[in-house]
Design a protein around this ligand. Structure first.
Ligand code: ADP
Length: 421
């Protein structure tokens, strides 16, 4: 089927988050991991390409995203979505703005919106300032993120150094007045030459208004949630038929592994909760640097069948900083990612077919190690985190890729029990 909406996500968990929200509509959503090597075939109405370019050098991110855009265009898409994190993870040299400007140029678009809000997950934007729950972004635990520490909450200020064209705001007071008012505001900003419009959203209803007002833009940008209303908008305007199939759940042998490389506050809580009742092993970047992953591999394969063990590098900010001071940020991250990727492969070889993975970069590394190229989207475990199904060496597997901050404290156990349902 011809693709209606082509989406490009800057990391793997962001892509599954977006795909999961689009799949809530019941429509088939296909998620490609990395830039597809072959021309489009067996395409779904909603195609999401997951890149791993959040912290890549700008030139690299831009050229990958442009290649992804070209693939999605050849799949038939004429509307596009650039998905980044709902906490706007980026530095002054970040990729969110440069990629948006490059995609706009390729599409001949003169304006786009920026709406990372995800009210169900506590991400809201008011007067251009991003909040995580009740805290401004720069006061939230995101200020200590290992790769993209967020030290400002104002999206206009965060975006301005990343783009060449003017940045403006459509605030909540306008959004609250409805679709027509928002459209008028965006048009007025366009007349003033504002190419990049940050749009406030504090509640789910705001997202419906924003999506309706902006759905005809060739390019939308944001977190996943502002894309959620799009399938129903396309149904209403007749571009999407009502009866698209959803993914079927494969039969899997018992046994799971939980791998966590996220150091977010929520993942720390999730690791603490799960390790209270399941066998768990903590990876230490310094030990990995000296002795490699052998110890963890030995531990993992020695765990009793059906015990669903956890291996984690998840640690408190002080201990992350200590490892980074000794090894460097990139080296510490890479050691952990490589170790968790090797553990995933070993688990698969040992017969494990269910994988719960925490962390965006971590998920990218694990998915790559398992050789995943395409995922079918299944049931949601928590807002923005679905189970997905794929095949590895001819075997069905289930894998969920959770971005750091998502899910409740009992996410790991909930994920495993949801799969049994
Ligand atoms: P999130 O989704 O929370 O951002 P990511 O996996 O994207 O999680 O990013 C976390 C990064 O921190 C990864 O590169 C990971 O390898 C790295 N990391 C994990 N544990 C540690 C640790 N104990 N010390 C230093 N870096 C770590």
């Amino acid at each position: 089927m011809t693709t209606l909406l082509g989406c490009i996500a800057d990391d793997f968990t962001g892509a599954t988050d977006l795909a999961g929200l689009l799949a809530r509509s019941g429509v088939r959503v296909s998620l490609r991991l990395g830039l597809p090597k072959d021309p489009p075939s067996d395409t779904a109405p909603f195609e999401v390409i997951a890149l791993k370019c959040r912290t890549a050098p700008v030139d690299e991110a831009v050229s990958e995203c442009r290649a992804a855009l070209a693939w999605l265009k050849s799949a038939g898409a004429d509307r596009f979505f650039w998905k980044y994190c709902s906490t706007f993870d980026s530095t002054d040299k970040g990729n969110i703005g440069p990629v948006a400007e490059a995609l706009m140029a390729d599409l001949g678009a003169t304006q786009t919106i920026y709406c990372p809000a995800f009210p169900e997950n506590g991400r809201s934007i008011f007067m251009g300032n991003l909040f995580v729950g009740q805290q401004p972004l720069a006061e939230s635990p995101m200020k200590d993120h290992p790769l993209t520490p967020m030290r400002d909450s104002n999206l206009m200020r965060l975006l301005e150094p990343q783009v060449s064209q003017p940045v403006g705001l459509a605030d909540r007071l306008t959004v609250a007045r409805g679709t027509d008012a928002l459209r008028e505001r965006i048009e007025a900003l366009s007349t003033d030459g504002v190419a990049h419009v940050v749009v406030d959203a504090v509640a789910n209803d705001d997202l419906g208004i924003i999506a309706a007002a902006c759905c005809d833009m060739p390019l939308l940008t944001g977190g996943s949630a502002v894309a959620m209303p799009l399938p129903n908008i396309y149904r209403a305007d007749g571009s999407l038929a009502a009866d698209a199939p959803v993914a079927t759940v494969p039969d899997l042998v018992p046994g799971a592994v939980v791998l966590s490389g996220s150091c977010s506050a929520m993942t720390n809580a999730q690791v603490a909760a799960y390790s209270a009742s399941a066998p768990s092993f903590q990876l230490d970047p310094l030990q990995l640097a000296e002795g490699g992953v052998g110890l963890a591999l030995d531990w993992l394969v020695a765990q009793p069948a059906g015990s669903n063990p956890l291996v984690y590098a998840t640690a408190a900010p002080e201990s992350v900083r200590a490892a980074q001071d000794k090894l460097g940020v990139a080296k510490a991250g890479a050691l952990v990612e490589e170790a968790l990727a090797a553990l995933a492969t070993a688990a698969f070889e040992a017969g494990i077919r269910r994988f719960v993975v925490a962390g965006g970069e971590t998920s990218g590394a694990v998915a790559q190690a398992l050789g995943l190229s395409r995922l079918d989207i299944g049931a949601e475990i928590a807002p923005g985190v679905p189970w997905t199904f794929s095949r590895v060496k001819g075997e069905d597997i289930a894998i969920t890729l959770k971005s750091g901050n998502f899910g409740n404290e009992d996410f790991f156990a909930t994920a495993l029990s949801k799969l049994e349902d």
